[in-house]
Design a protein around this ligand. Sequence first.
Ligand code: ZN
Length: 100
Amino acid sequence: MSNRTYVCSVCGEVRRQPAIYYDRKGKPSRPAPLCHETEMVSLEKGYAEAATKLDAPGRVTWLRSGGLIVQEPGRRWKAAISTREIERARDQLTRHLASQ
Ligand SMILES: [Zn+2]
């Protein structure tokens, strides 16, 4: 079982927790971790990398602005927060989906 990074969309706290798996009926293997009585958001690899580079208030701002990520040179991921970064993130996502 591997660990996952979860983030609270209310306070921006991050936690490492065992990953949640879903059976064929979509039933989760465990409940999502809670913070502020809210289910924490599970982050995929690049998103977790971007999130851990921000402080807690930064993560809340990032999630409110869509929670997108941009790829920087060297295959590093950065949170897209400014309008320009969000545009780049959308561009990269569109190109990524088109190449699949
Ligand atoms: Zn919280």
